[in-house]
Ligand binder design. Structure first.
Ligand SMILES: [Zn+2]
Ligand SMILES: [Zn+2]
Length: 152
């Protein structure tokens, strides 16, 4: 996944789950080690750990993007943006964001999956052992269009 794709994904998630626009930058930072992602208070940018995506796939990546977007939107709006704040907790729960941002979760990716798909409407992700025809199959949740994304 490139920085441009990450940027686009972050903007899409922001609209889809927060109904708010993400107006800053999202990029991968290879130097992040145990941190899945971080929100930069000064620049309002979001940095994501590429190892998170490589090791745990798109689902985990989206979970942490949501988490960082909660920091982002709460901070921009002058609301409680820290982990212990009620605003933060409320939105994290509402959008189903990952509880982790400080450290990469221990959970391991199931090795048997070879393909990953993402609904372009609701962002639901699917992992499959076999390839599926995205022209014929739609999202099980919202009937939206699926696109293949790389699992690693
Ligand atoms: Zn956090
Ligand atoms: Zn969907």
């Amino acid at each position: 996944m490139t920085n441009e794709e990450l940027q686009k994904l972050t903007e899409e998630i922001s609209i889809q789950f927060f109904n708010k626009t993400f107006r800053h930058q999202a990029r991968f930072n290879r130097r992040l080690r145990t941190t899945g992602g971080r929100y930069l208070l000064r620049s309002h940018d979001i940095e994501m750990n590429p190892h998170l995506y490589e090791a745990f796939g798109i689902e985990e990546l989206i979970g942490v993007i949501k988490h960082e977007l909660v920091h982002y939107h709460m901070h921009i709006e002058g609301r409680g943006y820290k982990h212990g704040d009620d605003d933060f907790k409320y939105w994290l729960h509402k959008v189903g964001g990952s509880r982790f941002c400080q450290s990469i979760p221990e959970k391991r990716r199931t090795e048997s999956y070879k393909y990953a798909y993402l609904c372009t409407d609701c962002m639901q992700s699917y992992k499959r052992k076999r390839q599926i025809d995205t022209k014929r199959y739609v999202c099980g949740k919202c009937r939206g269009k699926l696109k293949q994304v790389s699992l690693k």
